[in-house]
Design a protein around this ligand. Structure first.
Ligand SMILES: Nc1nc2c(ncn2[C@@H]2O[C@H](COP(=O)(O)OP(=O)(O)OP(=O)(O)O)[C@@H](O)[C@H]2O)c(=O)[nH]1
Ligand SMILES: [Mg+2]
Length: 444
């Protein structure tokens, strides 16, 4: 039995219309008591037009009311959607009337979590609801939609099946240790199969890394010595005079941020204070922040004055600090450069010649062709489980190669098997759902 929950599904703002959503056992009878028409006799989904009244019988508003009998509904329960005029006064009055009849206010993600618990979607699909709403580019939205339609789950299911098969095989060995020939056969099979499955999992992890970039975008830090034109580049990229630009070195102190879409990837730019030794306390604080920005960045752009023949020790040190992240060395003030060297990236913020930099950023993300079309498992929960599956499979494979006792190999295989079940939300640790859905907003 699930109680009736209620929430506003649209933003709490003034608008032409609003949508209030209800779900749970007895929601139709509850609605009968507050609506001008009787809805509890319906056999299939029905649209009504009528008046919602408060507990004293005073009319609140005329509404369109949609009633969907379970289990073929979003939550798997009986569902009602009320569409009144979009005033928060009206919405509040309607919600209060239902609360007075015994409904309770839905917690974050409770509609989706009911759908999950009623087997309407697996956990990966449920998480896609959140991705869909939070997407900031069309590309990210399209990927989330594919995941919602089950395509990301489909990528993982064959892997889950292979792991389950292997786990079943080894359990036979554990249960019947007297059949040593089974054990030998299993060892060879485990060593070979784990390698194969690890390869599949690694592919998913790589896809997840790329999917995260498409879904969430990347942080890009513009760093370099003072006065090289970092802020000018930020402004040119954003096509907006966002940061103060001046000929005085040390102009930028706080980190200036801005967003840009390049080929469907959301770039979050961070313009920072020029890095150099300084006696000025405020400027020094700025330098510290710019070092923090390097840590936060997915890609670092080292901006250098295009007239420079070789990098300064300061610049060499920045490169050293970036260590391991994609780094682009960008020679600005191309218009002033007397000679240009092959293979270097020249731009001019002043002249607005910055296309090559945009292309270089996109290239630095090293996305594969299908990054925009193939759904992926990319949120921290999914990535964490994929990594756990990989590590445990590698361990099981090594243990098998080293002829360790079968019940020991079974420990790692079981861990991989459980992680695989958890990924789709089919594990025994069902309460993980609550934690996940709490990141949703109310009404989803
Ligand atoms: N000729 C030329 N001048 C440029 C170019 N880009 C920037 N400048 C000039 O260089 C000076 C410094 O530019 P900023 O963008 O403030 O440099 P910055 O790197 O942000 O400097 P700090 O914030 O002090 O670290 C300004 O006078 C800009 O007009 C360019 O491509 N060509
Ligand atoms: Mg600046």
């Amino acid at each position: 039995m699930s109680n009736v929950i209620i929430a506003l599904a649209t933003p709490p703002l003034k608008g032409a219309l609003a949508i209030i959503r209800l779900s749970g056992d007895g929601v139709f009878e509850m609605t009968d008591g507050l609506f001008s028409k009787r809805i509890s006799d319906i056999k299939e989904k029905t649209i009504f037009y009528g008046t919602v009244k408060n507990l004293e019988g005073k009319p609140i508003d005329t509404v369109v009311l949609l009633a969907y009998p379970g289990p073929k509904t979003m939550t798997g329960e009986d569902v009602v959607e009320i569409i009144p005029h979009g005033s928060m006064l009206i919405v509040n009055e309607i919600v209060e009337a239902f609360l007075g009849k015994g409904a309770s206010y839905a917690s974050r993600g409770e509609f989706s979590s009911r759908a999950f618990y009623h087997g309407k979607m697996d956990l990966i699909e449920a998480e896609a609801v959140n991705d869909l709403i939070n997407a900031t580019t069309v590309e990210a939205k399209d990927l989330a939609f594919k995941s919602l339609m089950g395509e990301a789950s489909k990528l993982f299911r064959p892997i889950q099946e292979k792991i389950a098969e292997l786990y079943a095989l080894i359990e036979v060995g554990v249960d019947f240790p007297e059949y040593t020939d089974i054990e030998e056969a299993s060892e060879a099979k485990i060593a070979a199969s784990t390698k194969e499955i690890v390869k599949d999992v690694e592919e998913l992890i790589q896809g997840g890394r790329e999917g995260k970039i498409v879904k969430e975008g990347v942080n890009i830090a513009l760093v370099g010595e003072p006065n090289v034109g970092k802020s000018s580049l930020l402004n040119a990229l954003l096509q907006e005079e966002k940061a103060i630009v001046s000929a005085i070195p040390g102009t930028t102190r706080d980190v200036v941020e801005g967003d840009l879409n390049v080929h469907g990837i959301a770039l979050h730019l961070l313009d920072t204070a020029g890095i150099h030794e300084t006696g000025d306390l405020i400027e020094e604080a700025g330098v510290k922040r710019s070092q923090k920005s390097i840590e936060k960045a997915d890609v670092v752009i080292l901006v250098v004055d295009g007239r420079e023949e070789r990098l300064s020790p300061q610049e060499e040190e920045i490169i050293h600090k970036v260590d391991g992240k994609p780094l682009i060395i960008c020679y600005n003030k191309e218009d002033l450069a007397k000679k240009k060297e092959d293979g270097k990236l020249y731009v001019s913020a002043l002249r607005g010649n910055i296309e090559p930099l945009k292309e270089a950023i996109f290239k630095a993300l090293s996305l594969s062709e299908d990054a925009f079309t193939k759904p992926s498992l990319s949120n921290p929960r999914q990535m964490g489980l994929l990594l756990a599956i990989k590590e445990n499979l590698i361990q099981a494979g090594q243990d098998a190669e080293n002829h360790l006792p079968i019940d020991l190999i079974s420990v790692s295989l079981e861990a991989a098997y459980r992680a695989a079940k958890d990924l789709l939300g089919e594990g025994e640790t069902a309460d993980i759902g609550d934690e996940i859905f709490s990141r949703f907003c109310v009404g989803k």
